[in-house]
Design a protein around this ligand. Structure first.
Ligand code: GLN
Length: 293
């Protein structure tokens, strides 16, 4: 008997405790985080937080809530990422809408935020652009943390931009302008203090693409030609025409791309580049200055 039919065929009222134990038993075969997954999905269906589950284990969800939970557990069992099932993910203490049209926010990307906040002044205007914004986490976080900054966010995908615009509106980030563009192709503005991006940087034969959540994420946000380096190269090339003298380029990259990215920066005459490690200690972001005075 499948798990779903086990729930459906039970004639007895079903409590939170029952639902969780049935779901965990099903998920444990496919997920390392079965208990957490089941709790997060049940919270989503009940529109409650996890302490509610602990406080009210005998509570009986409505038939509609149970049906929704069953459907989500089934999809999780098939591997679908939790963030796509709940439609949201937290980043830098804010909640962002996500969908399979955008990459799921990762803690690694907080390094880009830390480095950007150190560069962008809080007390006067500055201008920055986030290329390939996806759900908008980088641009919107910077906009919220630096209300005087003028921020441009671009993406090639209209579906991604719709999500980013929704997030900007919901989080009250009025200082972000969205533009549909492949990198700088449709951007004329110059004089940026900071150009930053979390571009696709995975090689198309990387076995990591066949594992876990990434299987469900858009290839256009993950995979780049030239062994994962083509988009980083394009951005670094094009950014030179849009940065002001002394402006900074900040690019997130793979844990093993430090040497290659630094070689790209060197060939394009960026100066004073540094590669910064993420929270797990992996080289993750390289910064460079354009034409330091
Ligand atoms: N860091 C992500 C991963 O390894 C990839 C994100 C990206 O390509 N920009 O799954």
């Amino acid at each position: 008997m499948t798990r779903q039919s086990a729930i459906a065929s039970s004639a007895l009222p079903i409590s939170i405790r029952d639902l969780l134990s049935i779901a965990i038993e099903q998920l444990v075969k496919n997920s390392d985080s079965a208990e957490l997954d089941a709790e997060v999905l049940l919270c989503h269906c009940l529109n409650k937080n996890r302490s509610f589950l602990r406080a009210w284990p005998e509570h009986q969800p409505s038939p509609a809530q149970i049906a929704q939970f069953q459907m989500l557990i089934e999809q999780r069992w098939q591997g679908k990422p939790i963030a796509y099932l709940t439609g949201q993910r937290e980043f830098w203490s804010r909640n962002f809408k996500v969908s399979p049209d955008v990459l799921i926010p990762r803690p690694d990307t907080e390094l880009l935020i830390e480095l950007s906040l150190a560069l962008l002044p809080a007390d006067r205007p500055c201008k920055t652009i986030d290329l390939g914004t996806g759900s908008g986490i980088i641009a919107i976080t910077l906009a919220a943390e630096r209300p005087l900054a003028d921020i441009v966010a671009s993406d090639l995908s209209a579906a991604a931009l719709a999500i980013a615009r929704y997030n900007a509106e919901r989080l009250d980030a009025g200082n972000v302008r969205f533009i549909q563009s492949h990198w700088f192709d449709r951007i004329d503005e110059t004089g940026f203090d900071l150009v930053l991006s979390n571009p696709p940087y995975i090689a198309n034969d990387d076995p990591h693409l066949q594992e876990g959540d990434v299987r469900f994420e858009p290839d256009s946000a993950l995979i780049s030609a030239e062994n994962g380096l083509q988009d980083i190269r394009l951005i670094a090339e094009q950014a030179r025409r849009h940065l002001k003298d002394g402006g900074q380029l900040l690019i997130e990259h793979g844990y093993n791309q430090q040497t290659d990215v630094q070689a790209i920066f060197t060939a394009l005459n960026y100066r004073q580049f540094t590669t910064h490690a993420d929270l797990s200690g992996n080289p993750r972001v390289t910064s460079g200055i354009w034409n330091p005075i």
